[in-house]
Design a protein around this ligand. Structure first.
Ligand code: ACO
Length: 695
């Protein structure tokens, strides 16, 4: 069976997990304290319309439903089974399920790979694969799928229906957030606890929900990925918001090169999410805010208005909009003409539209109506600070009325700050699928997520092809590997990178002073940077092995002799092979590198060099292979990107930076690390001024 075929059969099986005609609960119990009781109770109380078969060795009936002693005794077909028996019994139960030809199973039982029992877990996966069963877990609390009224979990009951599919790697957090969304009245299409991910993981679920019309947004809480390379093949059709915990830099500490020390798993995860087009959230309120906002219509342009009854909160929303890059309508004359009638004389139309504490329900309603009616306004942020003169629930109702009247024609988010009544108003808004939050930041970042998704979904479809290394470059690398060396000298690194397409300044390698002059004269290389070439010397400047700004042949000859003498004195045991010559170039110092992540494999890094890389670690990554569009986004992602656009006369040659990033990909599969530090860029081009390859 090809892997494609296997995937599509698992996707079919997943359909029977979420929308089965019949469910068996193996380990169903009449004892209320047991998980087998809770699962059965949730299924029955949630009004699931299919057949329900409790399986219990002793009982003949539980909660008024006929019980069967084993799976095999159930008459007719069973689509899906929940397994909640002790760990040593799970394999036998799975085999019975396979005999019964079930399509999906969720194994709630703990005691597998999470406590080192990987082999026992692998057996479950084997059975699932052999029989085309989609297996969720083990070690999960189950799942809820509201479109089929199925609550196959021991979590809370009565999850409100909605359009968000929430996938949680953490069981405890998943259950608690289920409770939280219920309190906030945020509707869910599904809540899935992934457990140990023996079979079904994030990729399979994303790809399943891609084609599920009941789901419009996918939200993932992730702790880690089992197979990064496979995760990178995930296809996205809908917005995915990701909340990822853990930013360990253990991997980074072990790495030898500059690039390696900057990697760290969190930066690589960020690269993976960006590359896949996933939207990252930092807190769970932000994540749910973004997911709720992503269920709204996409904005038809970039201009937002803020409607508020308080100046302070309006200013803070304006700040957040600026931070998020959301533009505000700022044609004051036009705003005055449109909004003046919505507020008392002392109100402000300057966006924030401040209807003031005296604006009342009518003021809010009118202002929201104008904002929704005007095509020039593309997104609306409604803010409310609780006062004794206006009930927040009234504001919520006014917003709902206006929004429904225009058939939800543009994105609208709400923040309400206050007490009990504001809370109630937020819940009412959420119940009506209007994203409402207690924090300005969350409302604005929700809106920002919508803009981000709009940009992601409008990107041209590009296929990233694993690039081939040119034969000549591979020959050089292999010859050095045969020699038993683990790194390439500078001139060797340069040669390899140049063949791959990395732009170089004029450069050469000379064993003698005469040779140096010949190379320099032939290429008109002056002014020149000279660097000693020796396998035995790592820190060249410490031993006098670097001389800059050599201006002519006479100086070059003298400096060559001087360098040889000084280095011999400072490092008497070093074998000196010659001197690297490189044309001096001016411009912005960047850094380009490549190293290998244990999860995701080769990743290419870009950032500004010098102080930016040392102090601010302002670098970003992409996982190989990546497209040219991705390389462009990588360059645009660093914090100091304005410097690249040109600042105080300086500027970057982006095309040649992108060429460098694409070229470095070519050797990624054949070496361990690459450092081009610095890559100097100016208006005319970019130049790899120093290069190092570790194999
Ligand atoms: N066929 C039919 N019925 C069976 C079988 C079988 N092969 N084997 C056992 N049963 C019955 C038992 O007789 C019992 O019924 P009873 O209450 O009428 O006697 C019922 O199934 C349950 O079996 P128990 O042996 O009582 O097991 P118990 O319920 O104590 O524990 C469980 C089973 C819940 C699966 C446990 O082993 C376990 O793994 N618990 C942890 C689950 C968990 O936390 N998962 C991760 C969630 S994520 C998070 O952290 C929130």
């Amino acid at each position: 069976m090809s892997s494609d075929c296997c995937c599509s059969s698992k996707a079919k099986s997943l359909k029977k997990v979420f929308s089965p005609d019949s469910v068996a609960i193996i380990g169903a119990s009449a004892e209320p304290g047991k998980i087998g009781y809770q699962v059965l109770n949730n299924i029955l109380k949630n009004d699931f319309k299919g057949k329900v078969y409790p399986v219990n060795r002793k009982a003949t009936e539980i909660m008024g439903v006929k019980c069967y002693p084993s799976m095999l005794e159930i008459p007719g077909d069973v689509d899906f089974a929940v397994i909640a028996v002790p760990a040593p019994l799970v394999e036998g139960v799975m085999r019975e399920c396979a005999k019964k030809n079930i399509k999906g199973a969720v194994v709630i039982t703990s005691g597998f790979s999470e406590i080192g029992k990987k082999k026992e877990e692998d057996v479950l996966k084997e059975i699932a694969d052999q029989h085309g069963i989609a297996l969720l877990g083990p070690n999960t609390f189950g799942f809820v799928y509201t479109p089929s009224n199925l609550n196959a979990s021991f979590g809370p009951q009565n999850v409100a229906p909605g359009k968000i599919a929430f996938i949680s790697q953490s069981g405890a957090l998943g259950i608690s957030l289920m409770g939280w969304t219920m309190m906030e009245k945020i509707g869910m299409a599904s809540v899935v606890s992934l457990g140990n991910k023996a079979d079904i993981g994030e990729k399979e679920l994303i790809e399943y929900f891609n084609d599920d019309p009941n789901v419009s947004v996918i939200l993932i809480y992730m702790e880690g990925i089992k197979n990064g390379r496979e995760f990178m093949t995930t296809k996205l059709k809908k917005p995915v918001v990701i909340l990822k915990s853990g930013s360990s830099s253990r991997g980074a500490q072990a790495a030898a090169s500059h690039t390696g020390s900057l990697a760290g798993s969190d930066k690589i995860y960020t690269a993976a999410f960006n590359q896949l087009g996933m939207i990252r959230a930092r807190t769970f309120t932000q994540a749910f805010g973004a997911a709720s906002a992503l269920s709204m219509p996409l904005p038809k342009g970039s201009d937002a208005v803020i409607i508020t009854n308080g100046g302070g909160i309006g200013v803070s929303a304006t700040d957040e909009c600026e931070n998020a890059g959301i533009k505000m309508v700022d044609d004051h004359e036009w705003l005055e003409a449109k909004f003046r009638s919505t507020m008392p004389d002392f109100g402000s139309t300057k966006n924030p539209i401040d209807v003031t504490g005296g604006g009342g329900r009518e003021g809010y309603q009118k202002a929201v109506r104008v904002a929704l009616a005007e095509d020039r306004i593309h997104a609306v942020i409604v803010l409310y600070c609780e006062t004794a003169v206006l009930d927040p629930v009234d504001v919520a109702k006014a917003v709902i009325e206006e929004y429904n009247a225009v058939k939800r024609n543009k994105p609208l988010v709400v923040t309400m700050v206050g007490g009990e009544r504001s809370r109630q108003a937020i819940q009412i808004l959420n119940e009506h699928q209007i994203p409402a939050m207690t924090e300005v930041l969350e409302a604005v970042s929700g809106l920002k997520a919508l803009y981000t998704w709009q940009e992601i979904s409008s990107r041209p479809k590009e296929v990233a092809v694993a690039p081939e290394i040119p034969a000549k470059a591979l020959e050089i690398i292999e010859a050095i590997r045969k020699e038993g060396r683990t790194f390439l000298l500078e001139h060797e690194s340069r040669k390899v990178l140049e063949i791959c397409g990395v732009p170089m300044p004029k450069w050469g390698f000379a064993r003698t002073a005469d040779e140096a002059v010949k190379v320099a004269e032939a290429t008109k290389m002056y002014p020149i940077a000279m660097k000693i070439a020796s396998v035995d010397i790592i820190h060249k400047s410490d031993v006098g092995g670097v001389i800059l700004n050599v201006k002519n042949a006479e100086e070059l000859k003298a400096k060559f002799a001087q360098m040889m003498e000084t280095v011999k004195k400072n490092a008497p045991k070093a074998n000196l092979l010659g001197v690297n010559l490189c044309q001096m170039v001016d411009g912005l110092q960047c850094i380009v590198g490549m190293n290998k992540d244990p999860q995701f494999g080769p990743a290419v890094m870009f950032g500004l060099g010098g102080i930016f890389v040392e102090v601010l670690k302002d670098v970003s990554f992409r996982i190989v292979p990546f497209s040219e569009g991705e390389a462009q986004r990588l360059v645009g992602e660093i914090k100091a990107r304005k410097l690249l656009d040109g600042y105080r006369g300086q500027g970057a040659h982006k095309a040649s930076i992108i060429k460098t990033l694409m070229a470095v990909q070519k050797i990624a599969a054949h070496v361990k690390e690459v450092d081009i530090n610095p890559l100097i860029t100016n208006k005319d081009g970019s130049y790899a001024v120093d290069a190092r390859i570790i194999i």
